[in-house]
Design a protein. Structure first.
Length: 146
């Protein structure tokens, strides 16, 4: 099973809302994760994506990228979101596409801290795009421990 397929399975089993939302792993290249979800199960009364679904997809995208990178480092730790901010720039009227990229230097520093203290924090940014333009900008700080 590919890492992307394994992540999608973990999301659907461990975080059931992701399955209800129709979340799927669109791509993973070792430095970037893209998640997608159809609009239909995430729609609001205005025919656009529900803000809660957009937030959930963004949180899952950052969480998923961090989970994949920890697995590659042979580390099995708990990941939680500590704090976040989100900006809704314009309505999402089509299927949802989220992307999170990892800065390699920041991740190396994060791993050093994690190995030294058994706990570390990492901030990740996620963009949900619509028609190749940012529609949602999310920034989250994740804590890894255990």
């Amino acid at each position: 099973m590919t890492p992307a397929a394994a992540l999608e399975r973990i999301l659907h089993i461990d975080i059931p809302i992701s399955k209800e939302m129709g979340v799927r792993v669109a791509s993973y290249d070792g430095a970037s994760l893209s998640l997608a979800a159809p609009l239909a199960p995430n729609i609001n009364r205005h025919g656009t994506a529900f803000a809660g679904s957009l937030y959930s997809l963004a949180v899952l995208c950052g969480w998923g990228l961090l989970d994949l990178k920890l697995a590659e480092a042979k580390l099995h730790k708990h990941i939680v979101i500590q704090e976040s901010s989100i900006r809704y720039l314009h309505p999402v009227e089509h299927d949802l596409d989220a992307e999170c990229r990892l800065d390699n230097d920041a991740f190396k520093h994060f791993l050093r801290t994690l190995n030294k203290h058994g706990r570390a924090r990492l901030s990740l940014d996620v963009t949900i795009s619509q028609d190749n333009l940012p529609a949602v900008e999310f920034s989250g700080r994740y804590v890894v421990h255990g």
